[in-house]
Write a protein that binds this ligand. Structure first.
Ligand code: XIL
Length: 329
């Protein structure tokens, strides 16, 4: 078998190439990850509900396994995520009495959680998605409604960054979100980050999730978002890249394999997107895929349960797809 060139080595002079992993894929995709990616992110294992399921109980085993794997392989590690409206247990928002926590109680809880998790992986995790998806999508409301916002107030975001910075002054701290190319949302994201900067909040980067598909967003929309975020003087990372073969509104479930047209379009899109990222190499420091190969993707269950998807550069056998060859040209 001919040895194919390494993806991350190809892009080493521009940015890191990451893969989201879990406790299983660090085994089933170990060779692929080692060869083609130089950074990893835990898909779920560091989220609040997974790592801190009960008030007095942290479950570090799966997260530790990922950190150990990455350390042995010499992979960088991005941490995901500290404060989010999803995958956070109800008890977090309840005070000691079981009623709703007060602002002070929730801030204490947030601080303890952030301090414990961030300190544990100090020196291993170089960047954290401190706050995830805090901006409302479509309406003119800026901040998404959540228990964090309800109970603490708008400064919950600034507080989270301060706590993370105290726990590890060397970690790069990111605000991470999706629909990041939507003109209305990207302005709100930029306004949030800019106001955090004005308040002296330690924030170093914006994470653009990059859950895109074969038809959108356009290259010009992505470029506009990159330009806007870069103008704030922070670094940018693409944190969860995948190119779904279905448009978001497409609810078809009858496809058992991707059509040649889909694979061709996907290859074209990946090529254009990576060309664009290369243009912005001075501000884009990492491009992480939300998986490593088509044998395992969250899009197999989202937004349609149990529908197979093929969003990556490697197929279900972990062999390079047309898109891989196109961006390696
Ligand atoms: C997803 C995981 O991949 C799934 O396994 C889980 O069921 C739900 O969360 N935006 C994010 C990620 O920031 O944390 C999400 O990950 C995908 C969308």
């Amino acid at each position: 078998q001919i040895q194919i060139a390494s993806l991350y080595q190809k892009f080493e002079q521009y940015f890191d190439i990451g893969a989201a992993v879990n406790a299983k894929t660090i085994t089933t995709q170990a060779d692929l990850i080692r060869r083609h990616y130089n950074s990893v992110t835990a898909k779920n294992e560091m989220k609040f509900a997974e790592i801190h399921p009960d008030p007095d109980r942290y479950t570090f085993e799966a997260a530790d396994a990922i950190v150990d794997f990455a350390t042995i392989q010499g992979e960088k590690i991005r941490g995901h995520t500290l404060v989010w409206h999803n995958q956070t247990p109800d008890w977090v928002f309840e005070g000691p009495t079981g009623a709703q926590a007060t602002r002070e109680e929730l801030l204490t809880q947030m601080q303890q959680h952030i301090e414990t998790v961030v300190k544990r992986y100090r020196g291993h995790i170089y960047a954290w998605d401190v706050v995830n998806e805090a901006i409302e999508d479509t309406t003119d409301i800026t901040l998404r409604k959540s228990k964090w916002l309800d109970i603490i107030g708008e400064d919950y975001i600034a507080k989270a960054f301060h706590f993370a910075h105290q726990a590890d002054p060397n970690a790069l701290l990111f605000y991470n979100d999706y629909n990041e190319t939507n003109p209305v949302k990207r302005d709100k994201i930029a306004a949030l980050v800019s106001s955090l900067q004005d308040q002296g909040v330690p924030i170093h980067g914006i994470g653009m999730q990059g859950h895109w598909n074969l038809h959108g967003p356009s290259i010009e929309e992505i470029r506009a978002a990159i330009e806007l975020y870069a103008s704030l003087g922070v670094q940018l990372q693409i944190t969860e890249l995948d190119l779904s073969v279905f448009e978001f509104t497409d609810r078809r479930t009858d496809l058992t394999e991707p059509t040649p047209e889909m694979l061709e379009l996907q290859a074209q899109r990946y090529e254009q997107i990576f060309e664009l990222f290369k243009e912005y190499q001075s501000c884009i420091t990492a491009v992480t895929f939300w998986g490593a190969a088509d044998d395992y993707t969250w899009l197999d269950h989202f937004p349609v349960k149990g529908r197979k998807n093929w969003p990556f550069l490697f197929d279900c056998q972990q062999a390079p797809k047309m898109a891989f060859h196109r961006i390696m040209k």
